[in-house]
Design a protein around this ligand. Structure first.
Ligand code: 13P
Length: 338
């Protein structure tokens, strides 16, 4: 498959991406919230349960894994990437080494992981990965993000993307403008515009073939502490407008992160965006919490109740699959849950 074909398969209409690439530290927080010990066998058990679900075939185009997970063997025999491929999705891998304090603007972050990346990519390709992810993080305040943070993170994203394409994989480019803060929706629009512009300047400079990439952006939403709430129609309109103005048309797929929105909110907003999508972009989800929160709760209640854990995951995957076609509605949530 060409890089463009892989990117389109990941974002195929009715499907999206499962972001199961929580680092050991992040999954520790998720497990703590459900009183599960953060042991390798528990991480494997939870993820293997999701990756064996029936939703994988119908609603999941790709799964983003963490370094530990891509190297794990399931208790059923195959390795984790083999299980994912068998169920019809493409295995992918998070390759950044996390957001670290940015020297010169220490309240902001720069994502690290370029050193030795070429060798790690070749290892991941051999393990079955066909796409990768790198996440840059920007926070909004009266001072931030600084142009130092916007420029340095865009530069790193572009160097990462060029190396990934050289290794014959599709880079997911994830510049995440956080929803923490009291800023309004227009501030989010403005910051996201600046961030996307700088990313595409650098990607061009580094000769990245945009037709073999997937963008994973935030939606345009007000900060979580903003007094002025926006409805889904306004969020959809501003998000699509920002994408149309700032993302080159060669990019085949746009897969949003959920970024702390609830499961229902992230389905509703994606659905509204697709209802008015008049572009050629495949617009879908690449959710972590937005796909796994309910399943995680069930795992916390009883780790061995595979049926309940998979039912919860299947339901969210199906709802988001519908949202990727603009066919979701609130009433389907109630019916399906009942
Ligand atoms: P959320 O959907 O929980 O924001 O996770 C997506 C992700 O991969 C963040 O890097």
């Amino acid at each position: 498959m060409t890089l463009n074909e892989i990117a389109k398969k990941m974002c195929f209409k009715g499907k999206g991406i499962l972001a199961a690439d929580e680092s050991t530290g992040t999954i520790a927080k998720r497990f703590k919230s459900i009183n599960v010990e953060n042991l390798e066998k528990n991480r494997l058990h939870f993820r293997q349960t999701l990756f064996s679900s029936s939703a994988m075939k119908n609603f999941i185009g790709g799964v983003i894994l963490f370094d530990e997970t891509i190297k794990q063997k399931t208790t059923l025999g195959p390795t984790i990437p083999e299980l994912i491929s068998k169920n019809g999705a493409i295995p992918g891998i998070k390759v950044d080494k996390g957001a670290k304090s940015l020297a010169g603007s220490s309240d902001e972050t720069i994502t690290e992981g370029l050193d030795g990346l070429r060798d790690r990519l070749s290892e991941y390709y051999d393990l079955g990965a066909r796409f990768t992810k790198w996440r840059a993080v920007y926070k909004i305040s009266d001072r931030f993000p600084s142009s130092q943070s916007i420029k340095s993170n865009a530069h790193a994203l572009a160097r990462y993307a060029a190396l990934v394409q050289e290794a014959k994989m599709v880079p997911i480019i994830e510049p995440e403008v956080l929803m923490d803060g009291s800023h309004n929706i227009d501030k989010c629009y403005k910051v996201t515009t600046n961030v996307l512009n700088e990313c595409y300047n650098e990607l061009e400079l580094h000769k990245v073939d945009l037709s073999g990439t997937v963008l994973k952006p935030n939606m345009i939403i007000p900060g979580s502490d903003c007094k002025d709430k926006s409805n889904a129609q306004e969020i959809a309109k501003k998000t699509l407008d920002c994408i149309k103005k700032n993302v080159p048309s060669q990019v085949p797929g746009i897969a949003f992160l959920s970024g702390g929105q609830s499961e229902i909110e992230s389905s509703r907003n994606l659905n509204e965006i697709n209802k008015i999508n008049d572009t050629n972009f495949l617009i879908t989800f690449s959710y972590g919490r937005g796909l796994q929160a309910s399943a995680l709760k069930e795992f916390g209640k009883d780790q061995n109740n595979t049926k309940n854990i998979q039912n919860a995951f299947n339901h969210r995957a199906k709802m988001n699959g519908l949202s990727s076609k603009g066919e979701w509605s609130e009433s389907l949530e109630d019916k399906s849950a009942a």
